[in-house]
Design a protein around this ligand. Structure first.
Ligand code: OGA
Ligand code: MN
Length: 293
């Protein structure tokens, strides 16, 4: 099965649009395989004009592996506005369907999505693929940006590559929230997900290319003074997310974007919180991989 693929970035190995697929109509296993191969190469795939209800999105996502329930699990939410615990409600809308006040937990909690990150990198297993489906967009802002961590690694100066070659970072579920001053969590929530440690440099299984594994969940570098490690992480993140490595996705209703959290970082962009923004995310777990400690 050959997909119709149009590259969307000056590096043709990163970010591409896939045409001719209607996910709601159901797709064969060879299409799933072809999507996986395209993800291995490009890291981010865009499918336009999809019409998916939550159940269809969940069923499609499950074809790529077991689902990751993310913060729904930690916050002990048995039911979301969307009535499916498998779906992360990436919106500024409350459970009764109104635009949330800017102090609302949903707004405060989703704010960390505007920091560069790899989904649930604080957990073992972390996320493999995330899929974001656009339902409604504000009139300005609210784009999602993706940065290719393989190209970012390639571009590091040799001395820095050498310096980080054996280093690991510790990732903590609430680090990005604490950085933003969002500290209203119980001890049980703080302890709910054991911290995870990952090498700063990993090999992307799909492409065999080395990459930088960093982002907002990385709290410090193991066996390095916290301040020195945070400066290093900040510096790496700054270099890795230069415009040359970034694809910015301008959402249209019906867009379905799939990315490989093992290859790219992403972040949402600011928008007017008084306007509705509604996306639905499903995520698969990165099981069946060797995750070095
Ligand atoms: C996410 C996320 C960014 C955005 O859903 O995982 O980071 O643009 N979203 O909302
Ligand atoms: Mn995310």
């Amino acid at each position: 099965m050959e997909l119709t693929i149009t590259p969307l970035h000056s590096d043709p190995r990163f970010a591409a649009e896939v045409n001719g697929l209607n996910l709601a109509a159901g797709v064969d296993d060879d299409v799933i395989k072809a999507i996986e191969l395209a993800l291995d190469k490009h890291g981010v795939l865009i499918l336009r004009n999809q019409h998916l209800d939550p159940g269809q999105q969940i069923d499609f996502t499950k074809r790529f592996g077991p689902l990751e329930y993310g913060f729904n699990k930690m916050l002990n939410k048995s039911e979301s506005r969307l009535k499916h615990i498998e779906i992360a409600d990436i919106s500024n809308v409350t459970d009764d369907g109104k635009i949330a006040d800017r102090n609302h937990r949903r707004i405060v909690n989703n704010m960390a999505n505007q920091l560069w990150h790899s989904d649930v990198s604080f957990q073992n297993p972390p996320a493999r693929f995330s899929m974001l489906y656009s339902v409604l967009n504000p009139s300005w802002g609210g784009e999602t940006e993706f940065a290719d961590m393989r190209a970012a690694y390639d571009d590091l100066e040799p001395r820095l590559k050498q310096h980080i070659a054996e280093l690991q970072a510790e990732h903590f579920s609430l680090h990005s929230r604490f950085v933003l001053g969002d500290t209203q969590y119980t001890q049980d929530q703080i302890d709910a997900i054991p911290k995870a440690r990952w090498p700063l440099v990993r090999i992307h299984p799909g492409s065999g290319r080395p990459l930088l594994f960093i982002g907002a969940h990385a709290s410090h570098v193991v066996d390095m003074p916290v301040a020195e490690g945070r400066v290093l992480l900040t510096d790496l993140l700054e270099q890795a997310t230069q415009p040359a490595h970034v694809y910015r996705h301008q959402w249209q209703t019906g867009d379905f974007v799939i990315w490989d959290n093992r290859a790219v970082l992403h972040r949402g962009r600011r928008y007017d919180l008084a306007e509705r923004r509604e996306l639905r995310r499903t995520t698969t777990m990165d099981v069946g991989q060797d995750h070095p400690k």
